[in-house]
Ligand binder design. Structure first.
Ligand code: SAM
Length: 249
């Protein structure tokens, strides 16, 4: 449960170095933490200043929320090799599976360096998104086949809601895109309704949607999508653009 989840107090304190070791800034001088000098003079009263985590040469820009077994993640990583792609998953064993999957792929592709830009993190995205990501950090968020929570009293557990959409708007840069796909028509309607009603999002038109090569990858690469395919189910896609920040008077 959540009390076992580790999350940073703020994005600046997030240590990404173990997820993306090839992107760690080399010869990064550790910043003199505030109060460090006083600490030397008066060690009894000053607690050690926190050490800033190792920095990366670039930030994570693409997040797959509830990434499951990581099918989309490992399909996206080689098509956007210059971008750091992150899967977020709440289940411990599933997160471990994806971590191992990435490790194997990196090893198999060590000559080309592919998959160094893929990482996975165990997290409850309903609670801690702004702890991991700075305002406007992400350019794309994928929400693929989220748990439908059919019963009305369970709707509050859906990962698309007015409150959560505000968090997605916060971590996305203006012009950033939320990609959604589901085989549940009612959930598709719910996601469309909640994003269209949100002042910080507009739906992307069908022509633009179908011209985006990532949409086809999203339709075919996830484990849940493959299951729907086998069962000859329908896949409903909707994309939403993060609007520019409003100009305050
Ligand atoms: N996106 C994957 C796919 O299409 O194959 C997995 C879909 S699966 C139906 C939904 C996933 O979301 C599960 O792996 C579940 O553990 C994860 N999940 C549910 N709630 C979550 C939360 N609050 N934070 C992170 N992951 C969550």
């Amino acid at each position: 449960s959540d009390h076992q989840l580790v999350y940073p107090p703020c994005p600046e304190q997030m240590d990404w170095s173990t997820l993306y070791p090839d992107y760690v800034v080399q010869d990064d001088e550790p910043e003199a933490a505030p109060g460090a000098a006083e600490g030397e003079a008066n060690q009894e009263t000053t607690t050690p200043a926190p050490v800033r985590p190792k920095r990366l040469t670039q930030d994570v820009e693409v997040a797959d929320i509830g990434c499951g077994f990581g099918g989309l993640l490992v399909a996206l990583a080689p098509v956007m090799p210059e971008t750091l792609v992150l899967g977020l998953e709440i289940r411990v064993s599933v997160t471990q599976f994806v971590e191992d999957r990435i490790k194997v792929l990196r090893h198999q592709n060590k000559d080309t360096g592919l998959y160094r830009n893929a990482g996975v993190l165990r997290a409850n995205t309903m609670k801690f998104m702004p702890n991991f990501f700075k305002q406007g950090q992400l350019s794309k968020i994928f929400i693929c086949f989220p748990d439908p929570h059919f019963k009305a009293r369970k709707h509050k557990q859906r990962i698309v809601s007015t409150t959560l959409n505000s968090e997605y708007a916060y971590v996305l840069k203006p012009g950033g895109i939320v990609y959604t796909i589901t085989d549940v028509p009612d959930l598709h309607g719910w996601m469309v309704q909640h994003f269209e009603a949100h002042p910080m999002f507009e739906r992307v038109g069908e022509e633009e949607q179908e011209a985006d090569p990532l949409v086809e990858i999203m339709r075919t690469a996830t484990e849940e999508g493959k299951k729907v395919e086998r069962n000859k189910g329908q896949k409903h896609v909707a994309l939403f653009r993060r609007l520019p920040d409003p100009v305050l008077p």
